[in-house]
Design a protein around this ligand. Structure first.
Ligand code: NZQ
Ligand code: ZN
Length: 391
């Protein structure tokens, strides 16, 4: 069979050039990773790195160099603030960016890298119109929150008012990512839960679609899901267990570094809908996913039934004979897992009810997100039904 037909793995190319420096003490390797003589800007968040020793290790690793810093990048990084960093980059002729923190800092830094070299009129067009990026400053990162996979992927998500938009470009792939699991010991319970749920949903978006015979992709996805299910709760009960943190950190990275999604259909509807919940109501990214995913899986159970049944058997070890019951068991177990990680799965958990639904649908229309999912069959009416069942 020709490989582009529906029931076989799609043709693909795969390259991931980000150098991963994994393990305790790896922040020290920054001295070799960042080119000597760089005009360096270090970007970070609201201060966690000053409390957990990461800033100190960074200062030690950068001893003898001159560098500037841009602190205060918050969750769901904001365009206006990032443009202040762009101005600083231009003023100081910065030529290397180092992001230190969670996905928001890494994403924000990617946008700064692209916006600083943008030749068009308004860098917001990178997000709004997918304006072409011809160059970007080189960047690297020290990741302190396993969740997004941003440390070794070409994506970034930036917010402005009620818009939360993403862009993708290989030019903003980090050159290196330092992944030291001990930096995650200080994560608040809420962020541990968020990280595990986000990584889980990233895998689901690339796995729970329709079968094309991608056994490698399926087995990798199922293995990573199992690691999250096994280790997530342990990170809550024993926050300084190195093995647990190491397994979660590597699993979250592999969940969205491009590998498991190559050659197979991808969904991403949960993310598209979830982003509107964050943009309009401020839910954490993973909270929004935990609300949308179970309800979406129920709404799409017919289209996804083969993979849902496989997910039930292989990840949740369901032995029910009846396929529909097996699928429902898998969705319930997924919901319970999110709740066990401390992440609410209903709109009501965040003080919302069905009154929020029309504005979410209008936002999806405003940004052209009207035929979502691997079959492009999720329109705003279906989104309204999905959210209404997630009350
Ligand atoms: O700002 P600080 O003080 O550093 O505190 C952060 C922040 O408050 C804290 N934190 C991070 N590491 C810590 C820590 N606190 C204690 N100890 C540590 N080691 O955690 C809070 C949340 O951080 P944030 O970076 O916002 O979280 P996350 O990594 O979950 O990133 C979420 C953002 O990434 C986007 C999301 O939409 C959201 O904007 N995503 C990016 C993706 C990508 N680039 O591929 C894909 C994802 O689907 C997602 O959309
Ligand atoms: Zn996500």
């Amino acid at each position: 069979m020709h490989s582009t037909e529906g029931s076989a793995v799609y043709n693909f190319q795969y390259a991931n050039p980000t150098r991963i420096c994994f393990g305790a003490g790896q922040i020290a390797s920054l001295s070799e990773l960042i080119p000597s003589g760089s005009r360096l800007l270090v970007l970070y968040g609201g201060g966690s790195i000053k409390q957990n020793g990461v800033y100190e290790q960074l200062t030690e690793a950068l001893a003898g160099r001159e560098w500037l810093e841009f602190p205060g990048i918050g969750a769901n990084p904001r365009y206006d603030q990032l443009m202040e960093a762009v101005a600083l980059v231009k003023r100081e002729r910065i030529d290397f960016l180092l992001a230190v923190g969670g996905g928001s800092v890494v994403d924000g830094t990617k946008f700064v890298a692209a916006a600083a070299c943008f030749e068009g009129e308004d860098p917001w067009d990178i997000l709004l119109d997918k304006a072409p990026i011809k160059a970007a400053l080189p960047l690297g990162c020290v990741l302190t929150l396993p969740a997004t996979g941003s440390e070794s992927n070409p994506a970034a998500v930036v917010s402005r008012g009620e818009a939360k938009l993403s862009f993708y470009n290989p030019l903003v792939l980090p050159q290196f990512a330092v992944l030291d699991p001990t930096t995650t010991y200080s994560l608040p319970v809420r962020q541990v839960g968020n990280g595990v749920v986000d990584a889980f949903v990233h895998i689901i978006e690339q796995y729970l679609t329709f079968p094309v015979g991608g056994e490698v992709q399926d087995r990798l996805a199922e293995g990573l899901l199992q690691v999250l299910v096994d280790n997530g709760p342990k990170a809550l009960s024993d926050p300084t267990d190195y093995q647990v943190r190491a397994n979660l950190m590597w699993a979250a990275s592999l969940a969205l570094n491009g590998l498991i999604g190559r050659g197979v259909p991808q969904d991403w509807a949960t993310h598209a809908i979830g982003h509107q919940l964050t943009a309009l109501h401020g839910l954490d990214h993973a909270q929004s996913l935990a609300v949308v995913l179970p309800s979406l899986l129920r709404a799409q159970a017919a289209q996804k039934q083969e993979k849902l049944a496989q997910f039930a058997e292989r990840v949740w070890h369901s032995s029910r004979e009846d396929k529909a019951l097996r699928i429902e068991e898998a969705i319930i177990r997924t919901e319970q897992f999110f709740q066990q990680m401390g992440v609410g799965t209903r709109l009501a958990d965040y003080g919302l009810d069905e009154r929020c639904i029309p504005a979410i649908c209008s936002n999806l229309k405003r940004f052209g997100l009207t035929s979502l999912g691997e079959q492009q069959d999720i329109d705003p009416d279906k989104v309204a039904r999905i959210l209404s069942h997630a009350r």
